[in-house]
Ligand binder design. Structure first.
Ligand SMILES: Nc1nc2c(ncn2[C@@H]2O[C@@H]3COP(=O)(O)O[C@H]4[C@@H](O)[C@H](n5cnc6c(=O)[nH]c(N)nc65)O[C@@H]4COP(=O)(O)O[C@H]3[C@H]2O)c(=O)[nH]1
Length: 612
């Protein structure tokens, strides 16, 4: 393209140079003709007297003085009858025919456009009477020399212009090539880690599958998702998060062969393509090596963090026959890895597709169930350890599926949490629980609180506090009788947002409880940051009591007390557990021993009851 443009510039310059040259030739010839005419008129004036007196010698002297005028080559004086009277010819000028018939030439050719000599004539007259004629021949050699110089200058200038145009075009061409390369790099590379990005990864995956098909080999797709990356990002800052991703990228590259492709395909998602796996098991072996490589501390600028990963792997053509199916099966395996407890590598198995389909079906049907008000709540009583009085109840959602029967919240809550569905579900539960609690307190003139589980997605909603206030207004439930249960891990996922929302809720008078305490980070510093009223010790800590596990439960109780936080023990099933907990200073108990989750009508009958 640049060459075509350059050729265009050359042709344009050539044409304009030719036009300028012709113009210059015309100008020079016109000037020469004018000068010659002027000169001939001057000669006619000067020789008129000599001609009149037929003084050829004087005339010749006048003509001789013309030797100094560079362009004059020959001058002839003719009598009126056309006879040559006198003449001058520059030395070396030997065109004899000029003299002969030059008068006629002068009158016929004086203004002709040509590069040959210029002939001009002037009339010699005295007192209005014609005495003869002057014919002057002006040479064009000087004009040609000037034209040659001018042409030379034009050629030099054109060459310069072409050279500059060439230099500029090739420089621009180089810049365009560089810019195109840079654009291509940016479009296909993740700027943070320098790894191929999602787009480049899919292109590569497509190519590799075609190669594998042609050579009858295998390709394993490994999807890597960092566990709790959000937590690290939120607690240590985005700089640390970026730093971690760079370390992970390096660790991944080191964990695989040079021919394998490592890409960053999402925020904390990486994909690895393992080429030509001879056995299906090779894919899983690489995936396990990756999981091990990532399960170690990474030294970031401000802290050392352990970023474990969930890894899912699927192999072409064993598990899938095309790109979409391969990605989907690796994704399913990744999901399985995450639900297995993270920090593991899981290979795809066809049975997982059944689970994935069930999850997708549950999601669709749960959405319909929420819209159709087909869910219901059960309430599990909570008792005060000191007074043995019923003081509250935890609302637990139940879903009786039209064909599948009872579906456990342990199954459908994670499905809802995987999408925005949990927001609608949570809002439904909150409203139903507040309406029920307001009603039972009004009927029995009691102040029994209701605890409602809140998911992180709900809490992250900007208008969550306003929604809670609206539900309290609608139901008429006093705000201190509503307790919202939040889990540590959910709060850690976005600490800043979580703490801010919690403070707004506390300002609105709502009570807060930290659920499942002990299963997540359980750090004192986190407990200090969360403005909670209650701390619920997870039932996994209660189960071994009183034979084992007392020190840890005793430590949690005393720690919570020192922060002025009440302790709720979940999952109390044995009288011995209850006795130990009450002795150890636990404030509230909840479990199958004191009451299983029950329908609201049954719960209302309990009001005023004591621990059995
Ligand atoms: N083995 C044993 N289990 C006991 C005992 N006492 C209570 N439980 C069970 O422990 C779970 C306590 O709820 P969670 O920790 O909040 O755990 C809940 C909660 O995380 C979630 N969930 C339930 N309802 C809701 C809801 O409305 N919203 C949200 N976001 N999550 C909910 O589902 C989880 C499971 O709920 P459920 O199946 O109802 O299971 C309930 C309850 O039935 C006991 O003595 N022994």
């Amino acid at each position: 393209m640049a060459r075509v443009k350059l050729a265009g510039v050359c042709v344009a310059l050539l044409i304009s140079s030719a036009v300028l040259l012709v113009y210059q030739a015309v100008t020079l010839r016109t000037t020469l003709t004018e000068n010659a005419n002027l000169q001939a008129e001057m000669i006619a004036d000067n020789v008129s007297a000599s001609v009149m007196f037929a003084d050829a010698r004087s005339t010749a002297e006048v003509l001789h003085s013309l030797g100094k005028v560079p362009y004059v080559e020959e001058v002839c004086i003719y009598t009126e009858s056309g006879k040559l009277f006198a003449g001058y010819r520059k030395p070396g000028f030997d065109k004899h025919d000029h003299a002969v018939g030059s008068l006629a030439k002068a009158t016929s050719q004086g203004k002709r456009l040509s590069l040959s000599d210029v002939f001009v004539a002037s009339t010699i007259s005295q007192n209005g009477k014609t005495l003869g004629y002057v014919v002057l021949v002006a040479g064009t050699s000087g004009m040609l020399a000037q034209l040659l110089h001018y042409g030379g200058f034009l050629v030099a200038a054109s060459m310069c212009a072409i050279w500059i145009a060439f230099a500029v075009t090739s420089r621009m061409g180089m810049r365009i090539v560089q810019a195109e390369k840079k654009l291509e790099y940016l479009a296909s590379t993740d700027p943070l880690t320098g790894l191929p990005n999602r787009r480049a990864f899919y292109e590569e995956l497509d190519e590799r599958l075609q190669d594998a098909l042609a050579s009858a080999t295998r390709v394993a797709l490994i999807l890597v998702d960092l566990d709790d990356f959000k937590t690290i990002n939120d607690t240590l800052g985005h700089g640390a998060g970026d730093d971690l991703l760079k370390h992970v990228a390096i660790a991944l590259r080191q964990a695989v062969r040079k021919t394998d492709v490592v890409s960053r395909i999402g925020g904390d998602e990486f994909a690895v393509l393992v080429e030509a796996a001879d056995h299906k098991a090779e894919g899983l072996a690489t995936a396990e090596r990756i999981a091990r490589a990532l399960a170690r501390p990474f030294d970031l600028t401000r802290a050392s963090v352990v970023a474990t990963a969930s890894v899912g792997v699927s192999v072409y053509p064993d598990d899938a026959e095309d790109v979409a199916a391969l990605v989907s099966s690796a994704d399913i395996a990744l999901y399985a890895a995450k639900s297995t407890g993270k920090n593991v590598a899981v290979a795809f198995h066809p049975s997982m597709t059944v689970e994935a389909h069930r999850r997708a079906r549950l999601e669709t049907e749960l959405r319909k169930a929420i819209d159709a008000d087909a869910l219901h709540l059960v309430y599990q009583p909570q008792f005060d350890c000191r007074t043995s009085q019923l003081i509250g109840a935890e609302a637990l959602v139940r879903w009786t599926h039209p064909s599948d029967g009872e579906i456990s919240p342990a199954e459908f809550i994670p499905v809802a949490e995987g999408s925005e569905l949990i927001v609608a579900l949570g809002q439904w539960v909150l409203r139903r629980a507040c309406l029920d609690a307001a009603r039972w307190n009004a009927e029995h003139d009691t102040a029994i609180h209701v605890s409602v589980n809140v998911s992180a997605r709900q809490l992250r909603q900007a208008q969550f506090t306003e929604q809670v206030k609206a539900v309290l207004d609608e139901s008429g439930l006093a705000s201190p009788l509503l307790e919202l249960e939040l889990t540590e891990s959910q709060l850690m996922a976005n600490m800043a947002v979580g703490v801010e929302a919690m403070q707004q809720l506390r300002t609105a008078g709502v009570r807060l409880a930290l659920d499942d305490f002990g299963t997540g980070y359980s750090s004192l510093s986190y407990l200090q940051s969360f403005p909670v009223n209650n701390l619920k010790i997870d039932r996994s800590f209660i189960r071994p009591l009183p034979q084992a596990g007392q020190p840890i439960v005793a430590a949690i109780i005393s720690m919570a007390r020192s922060f002025g936080i009440a302790v709720v023990a979940e999952g109390v099933e044995e009288p011995s557990q209850l006795a130990w907990l009450c002795d150890a200073g636990c404030d509230i108990v909840q479990g199958y021993l004191t009451g299983r989750p029950m329908p609201v009508a049954q719960f209302r009958e309990l009001l005023g009851a004591e621990i059995c």
